[in-house]
Design a protein around this ligand. Structure first.
Ligand code: SAM
Ligand code: SF4
Length: 333
């Protein structure tokens, strides 16, 4: 049987769901969350595992084949492995990925491996313990590093996500790339976006993706451009002789919208068809009102048929909800 295919109104195939399982986190990264005063969602507002599973079965029947668990910090949600197990058994879901800060991850790595997790994105903005403490507002570098080493040991494909922050971790760009010399890891430098939960320290983008590339080229003039896989959000590079690769993600410049294949589900069950749209369909409400799968599928199709063409249009359309300031942890980075 052919797998179903889902398209949006701009003829883009949609096959990838990013699922934020919680808005809670055990770090307070400067670019993602304010230090204090965060109001977490009450438990009853979160999708239950049963609701998540129901939605995944539904979207898998419509054409979604890849799921990424993210958050907040996914492992802060109790029994996360039970949820991953359920998702791994959904017909049609071929790839499960995970984005984590690594603090609570290491005990679960063998089980992740045996469940066939396709890859783990580990967030790491610096290799310096003190800078890690300043950026994340917690002194936990050692745990993230241990998780990195254990993932490598288990042969799980790893991408390191590094948000490039002016005056905070620019000196880390080269040391992080040095990791690719011996580790088969992909280091991806991400333009900082305004999703910091407070909106008051983001004036403009300081490190545009071209500026990041120039900085890398100064040190590695022989860096080579790789062909980017379909739907890739990163521009990919390789330094001859290195085991790993380097990526640059123009998350703020939004150069990749034309091939965007993803939708997002927030912890409270809101569908985002774009990171910048502020949420467009409350799937939790539909389920809790008693709609059947067919009715929910019709709402999903309507949302996909009215999808903004890019992140700029989505941001424009959300203007009545106010400017972008929510935390990345509530949207699912
Ligand atoms: N807690 C997990 C983690 O940090 O990996 C998963 C959730 S986090 C929101 C997902 C990704 O979003 C992380 O790699 C993080 O670096 C990125 N992120 C968060 N806020 C961002 C921002 N303002 N701009 C760019 N990337 C951001
Ligand atoms: Fe937590 Fe991830 Fe946000 Fe950092 S980026 S505060 S680890 S959710």
């Amino acid at each position: 049987m052919n797998s179903p295919q889902l398209f949006d109104n701009h003829h883009r195939p949609i096959n990838y769901l990013r699922l934020a399982v919680t808005d809670r986190c055990n770090l307070r990264c400067f670019y993602c969350m304010p230090e204090e005063g965060i109001k977490y969602l009450p438990k009853k507002e979160l999708l239950t595992f049963e609701e998540i599973e129901r939605l995944i079965v539904l979207v898998a029947s419509m054409g979604i084949s890849k799921v990424r668990l993210t958050g907040g910090e996914p492992f802060v949600r109790n029994d996360l492995m039970q949820l991953i197990n359920r998702i791994a058994h959904v017909d049609g879901i071929n790839d499960i990925h995970l984005t984590t800060n690594g603090l609570l991850t290491s005990p679960y790595i063998p089980e992740l491996k045996s469940l066939g997790i396709a890859s783990v994105n580990l967030s790491l903005d610096t290799l310096d313990r003190e800078r890690f403490r300043v950026i994340t507002r917690r002194d936990e570098f050692i745990k993230t590093w241990e998780t990195f080493e254990l993932l490598m040991k288990h042969g799980i494909p790893v991408k390191i996500n590094t948000v490039v922050m002016d005056k905070k971790n620019i000196d880390d760009i080269i040391p992080l790339i040095e990791l690719t010399r011996s580790y088969p890891v992909s280091i991806r430098f991400i333009e900082e976006m305004p999703f910091n939960g407070e909106g008051n320290h983001y004036s403009h983008l300081h490190w545009h993706y071209m500026r990041i590339l120039r900085k890398i080229q100064e040190k590695f003039p022989n860096i080579q451009k790789l062909a980017d896989p379909p739907h890739s959000t990163s521009y990919n590079y390789h330094i001859p002789g290195h085991a790993g690769n380097v990526g640059i993600i123009a998350a703020y410049s939004r150069t990749f919208c034309g091939s965007c294949n993803r939708i997002r589900l927030t912890p409270q069950g809101m569908l985002n068809t774009c990171l910048y749209d502020g949420g467009i369909l409350n799937l939790k409400d539909l389920m809790r009102k008693g709609l059947n799968d067919e009715e929910i599928a019709a709402h999903l199709l309507y949302a996909l048929n009215h999808r903004a063409k890019d992140g700029f249009e989505a941001e424009q359309l959300r203007k009545e909800k106010g400017p972008v300031h929510e935390s990345m942890a509530t949207i699912g980075g």
